[in-house]
Design a protein around this ligand. Structure first.
Ligand code: NAD
Length: 288
């Protein structure tokens, strides 16, 4: 059984999430070593120079060979290519985990590549982040007070899950467990849908030059609603495809709700309109 103070962690993908995870573990000093690999050599060098990692890694199979825990923190559509590189590495005694925003597609890739999902793979997703990306956005307190959802399968090694839980707790996170399908449905509604709405709203308003002038008259409400439209386009492209079914269901559910509001406005149905606004306002006040 792996002891936390003896383990070597390799973080693969030193962007906002991977860099922050590495930095949090390094700051706590609870592991033997935190190493970092990224397909961008510059990101590895910056992570090392900025003290996010103890040691740089420029060769993935070699780094995985030396590691006890491998944390995958690359964009969703890069996950299969990284998993592919683990297929020929003996994983006995190691734990592999990830931070991908959608869990079903990751598990499906693992099943296809390994034949069956390795028992040492503990899927995870930190419910923390920002609209910034890349190694320079990483910070050790990113996960403090935030939730992390682990979605182990029935055959996932319970010691592996416990170890990953301890690592996240060391980063200051609260860890919950959830079934993969439920995770993907819930996150499609609470995270993916709001991002797609924000992107779509800003794109609609910014559609032509003439329209861009209206941003000058946009106030706090617009700013609050659309902050996340500044997020990384590639990441959200990957999430749209990685959680396609649940995202489409969420968009349908929203479209139906919006159509209901539209009809209420057409029909000057004040009761219906106020019902929608009051229910939403009350629900929002309960959210902290
Ligand atoms: P990011 O763009 O900040 O970092 C990704 C890093 O992965 C980059 O440094 C990039 O060079 C590297 N990379 C890309 N392909 C690679 C490959 N094949 N091999 C090695 N390195 C590779 O992105 P991020 O925001 O840190 O997101 C990383 C993962 O975390 C994604 O899967 C995302 O879905 C998930 N996530 C993001 C957030 C968020 O708010 N940003 C929140 C929770 C989960």
């Amino acid at each position: 059984r792996l002891q936390i103070n003896r383990i070597r962690v390799l973080v693969v993908g030193l962007g906002l999430i991977g860099g922050s995870f590495a930095a949090a573990l390094k700051e706590k000093g609870i592991c033997h070593e935190v190493a970092g690999y990224d397909c961008s050599r510059d990101s590895v060098d910056i992570a090392f120079e900025n003290g996010l990692i103890d040691s740089p890694c420029y060769d993935l199979p070699d780094g995985v060979g030396r590691a006890d825990v491998v944390m995958l923190a690359v964009p969703m559509l890069a996950m299969p290519a990284v998993l592919q590189q683990l297929v020929d590495v003996p994983l006995a005694g190691k734990v592999v985990t990830d931070v991908g925003s959608c869990k079903g597609s990751l598990i499906e890739s693992a099943r296809q590549l390994f034949g069956e999902v390795p028992a040492c793979l503990v899927p995870g997703h930190p419910i923390a982040g920002s609209e910034k990306s890349g190694v320079t956005a990483a910070r050790p307190d990113l996960f403090k007070g935030h939730k992390v959802i682990l979605t182990p399968l029935l055959h996932t090694d319970t010691h592996a899950t416990a170890l990953i839980k301890s690592l996240w707790q060391a980063c200051g996170a609260h860890v919950d467990s959830m079934d993969i399908g439920h995770h993907d449905e819930v996150l499609a509604l609470t995270s993916h849908l709001p991002h797609f709405l924000a992107f779509s709203l800003v794109d609609t308003l910014a559609g032509n030059r003439e329209n861009q002038e209206i941003f000058r008259y946009a106030a706090g409400g617009f700013r609050d609603f659309t902050r996340i439209a500044g997020s990384d386009p590639t990441m959200w492209h990957d999430i749209a495809l990685g959680n396609r079914d649940a995202v489409l269901q969420a968009l349908d559910r929203f479209t139906e709700g919006l159509e209901g509001l539209r009809n209420a406005i057409i029909n000057k149905d004040s009761q219906r309109m106020l019902g929608i606004f009051e229910r939403a306002s009350t629900a929002r006040q309960h959210f902290t």
